[in-house]
Design a protein around this ligand. Structure first.
Ligand code: GRF
Length: 197
């Protein structure tokens, strides 16, 4: 079984899109792939309730309960590794992870970032795109490396910036595309892994 663990911090709409794609496109039957856990650093993350309702095991590793990032990373890693993940999917997971943690999951951890990388790494991507006068914005699925938002690009989606856009209208337009490209990028990995096994 190809175990996929998803990490979230908030609403988890990307996680929902991935779980729905897994169901609709029968990832378990086709690729032997299963979303084995959804883990959040925030106990009140809305996505946790939804995942639980889908019958997916959920866990909380609260970063405020740990004295250092290293201790949090170690606790998170232990919680994740109980599910033996072949793929770790960061879906709106709002913690920067330490180099040792990233190294542990090297080559098997993905993130989605709401900009057309390499432009606008870090936070407030939509406002920065508006401030810069960009006529296009978008999202990027990439592999996670110790350097923030800098790993290999696997997929991108482009949306127009409209004249009357504000941060939230642009974010909403980008998010609809995230829900398409993230499941598709994961399925491509599943397909390649399945064909090579
Ligand atoms: C998305 O815009 C994602 O690109 C960013 O955080 C947001 C998470 O949204 N990293 P959701 O929790 O998946 O709804």
């Amino acid at each position: 079984m190809f175990s996929i663990v998803i990490l979230i911090s908030g609403s988890g709409s990307n996680m929902q899109a991935i779980v729905q794609a897994a169901q609709a496109r029968q990832w378990q039957a086709r690729y032997g792939a299963k979303i084995t856990a959804v883990i959040s650093n925030k106990a009140n993350a809305k996505g946790l309730i939804w995942a639980h309702e889908q019958g997916i095991p959920t866990e909380v590793v609260d970063h405020t309960a740990y004295a250092s990032r290293a201790l949090f990373d170690a606790a998170l890693q232990a919680a994740m590794d109980a599910y033996k993940p072949q793929l770790v999917v960061l879906a709106g997971f709002m913690r920067i992870l330490g180099a040792d943690f990233v190294q542990h999951y090297a080559g098997r951890m993905l993130n989605i970032h709401p900009s057309l990388l390499p432009a606008f790494t870090g936070l407030h991507t939509h406002q920065r795109a508006l401030d810069a006068g960009c006529r296009f914005a978008g999202a990027t699925v990439h592999r996670v490396t110790p350097l923030l938002d800098a790993g290999e690009i696997l997929a991108q989606a482009v949306v127009p910036v409209l004249n009357n856009d504000n941060e939230s209208t642009l974010a909403a337009r980008v998010l609809t595309q995230e829900h398409i490209i993230y499941p598709a990028a994961i399925e491509k990995i599943l397909l390649c892994t399945h064909n090579n096994s």
